[in-house]
Design a protein. Structure first.
Length: 324
């Protein structure tokens, strides 16, 4: 009898231990699954970090390229209850009046309408408050967009460059200094910025040279390049191209403008300003001529496939620059 009780007690302890073991295993499986360790469907971590490329400046601290944040509004046309009143609510945050918004919604072919807004970091809370107070969360959603802006538009475009849809540099400074301009990929509650870059170019000089190139392009369909460098240190002040794509000659032509071979007779002890003042040189290339016109303040480099305009192009540039 005593042996039977011991046997039953041992079986009971074994059963309880087994059940506890099973419960522990089930609990571990649940924890692993809920934490995603056994979940094969990967989910991106929701990170609110905003990454901004560095700003590009000219030598006078004028902005050539910068990232700005704006918001896009997505409207579910099917969920709107009263288009006129809805249009009046959202129009203050768009670049349209209420009637224009209403007409846009009525004419939209898609049920989902995506539109740019005038919402910035300064008034995004006001926009979200309007959405919440009017119970429009099922109708309207806001999405932050970071866009690259070029205030100078096409001026100095060949130098500044542009970025692609993945925000990587395509050409120019945007590509050359892409690593420095790109924001480091770190998690932060605050915005992360890339390094700012200051160039030697002068936007004001660029405006002038672009106008000169444009005027000569109206009388010649040939390719034109016009560059202005600082005589004191050979810094590039401006590069204007027509059309706006460079040729294989451009880099070689500019290198010739600043190479030692064009600084003439240093061994005679004459300073560079004396040597190069009012001095011009013509470089004959296979498909055109390059004119180098040296002045006390500027080195002007003009190239065109139309040989007849090269000297005049450089001389006119010198005359205009002497007036500023």
């Amino acid at each position: 009898m005593k042996k039977k009780k011991i046997k039953e007690s041992g079986f009971f302890i074994l059963l309880v231990s087994f059940l506890l073991f099973v419960l522990i295993i089930l609990r571990l499986i649940y924890l692993f699954y809920s934490s995603g360790m056994l979940n094969t469907n990967y989910k991106d971590i929701d990170i609110a970090t905003a990454y901004y490329r560095g700003t590009i400046y000219d030598r006078n601290n004028q902005i050539l390229a910068l990232d700005t944040s704006s918001y896009e509004m997505t409207i579910d046309k099917r969920s709107i209850n009263g288009i006129s009143s809805f249009s009046s609510l959202i129009s203050p945050f768009l670049n349209m009046d209420a009637l224009e918004v209403e007409n846009m919604i009525r004419k939209a072919e898609s049920d989902e309408i995506v539109i740019s807004t005038s919402i910035t970091e300064n008034n995004v809370e006001d926009a979200q408050r309007m959405i919440d107070e009017n119970r429009l969360s099922s109708v309207v959603s806001l999405e932050k967009q970071i866009k690259r802006n070029y205030p100078s538009k096409t001026h100095l475009m060949a130098v500044i460059g542009r970025i692609d849809e993945k925000r990587n540099g395509l050409y120019g400074v945007e590509k050359i200094f892409d690593e420095r301009l790109s924001a480091p990929l770190i998690l932060s509650d605050e915005a992360v910025h890339g390094e700012d870059i200051t160039l030697s170019v002068d936007l004001n000089v660029s405006y002038l040279t672009d106008l000169i190139v444009e005027s000569y392009s109206s009388i010649s369909s040939s390719y034109i390049m016009l560059a202005v460098l600082s005589s004191s240190d050979n810094d590039m002040l401006s590069l204007s191209l027509s059309p706006s794509t460079s040729t294989s000659y451009d880099e070689e032509i500019i290198e010739n403008a600043i190479s030692p071979s064009f600084e003439l007779d240093y061994e005679k002890g004459r300073n560079r300003y004396e040597i190069q003042n009012n001095t011009s040189r013509i470089l004959n290339l296979e498909n055109g001529d390059a004119c180098y016109l040296y002045d006390k303040d500027y080195t002007i480099v003009a190239y065109s496939q139309d040989r007849s305009i090269v000297s005049a192009l450089a001389s006119d540039t010198k005359a205009i620059l002497s007036q500023i």
